[in-house]
Design a protein around this ligand. Sequence first.
Ligand SMILES: Nc1ncnc2c1ncn2[C@@H]1O[C@H](COP(=O)(O)OP(=O)(O)OP(=O)(O)O)[C@@H](O)[C@H]1O
Length: 248
Amino acid sequence: MDTVLEIKDLTVSFDGFKAVNDVSTAVKKGDIHFFIGPNGAGKTTLLDAICGRVKPAAGSIFFKDCGDVTKLAEHEIVERGIGRKFQVPSVFNSITVFENMELAAEKKRTIFSTLFSKLSQEQMERIEYVLNIIGLYEKRFEKPAALSHGEKQWLEIGMLFVQQPEIMLLDEPVAGMGRKETDKTGELLKEIAKDCSVVVVEHDMDFVRDFASTVTVLHEGTLLVEGDMEEVQKDPRVIEVYLGRGGE
Ligand SMILES: Nc1ncnc2c1ncn2[C@@H]1O[C@H](COP(=O)(O)OP(=O)(O)OP(=O)(O)O)[C@@H](O)[C@H]1O
């Protein structure tokens, strides 16, 4: 599989403390790539570095043919096709599901300076396509308050996906969900991964087991082990620092 994102010797420091310490890894096209590890391992900081929220002290992040994105501003990284969903919700509660999707699609439109005030036919079709994938087409005229917790998360994922990113970064997308919603989220990510690589920070090990193509284990800022879930979960180092300590 082709590499979409290559992280090389990445170090992120906060006042000299290395939250991410000399990490090298790669995300492949169409992969659902999980980053796991104990609290404070550096997972969220790694996502922050990829989307430009924090700047590394050393190392680089190569994205497709865009060169090293650590040199770019956050909005420029979004424009290149790296989308990030934060743990804090970003849907607008006073407008409908459809209008939220419209607004998300417009964000991209503004960035690319489209001159027309109405959404194009193509954008409308894209919104309808994404609403169907996230299972909210029937609820498109509802306000987010009428949605379940899971549905709100899918709306947010949909609002990212409608912008047609090439990589989507998700921080604990199934937190607070029951098993049924979690499984549905996994199926959604599989559908999304047909068009877009998905990078997920997660603590729910059943979810990781069921849906990961690649798993990277971080511990105290460093990369401990990487591989498929089967290899990773039987690795004694991972059992020692994470799984064996009830990390899940
Ligand atoms: N802005 C910051 N300033 C100072 N220290 C920070 C900052 N952000 C993160 N850290 C520290 O960096 C380390 C890694 O944090 P990070 O949030 O990346 O871990 P994590 O693996 O995502 O943990 P969790 O699973 O608990 O979310 C922690 O020790 C944290 O306290």
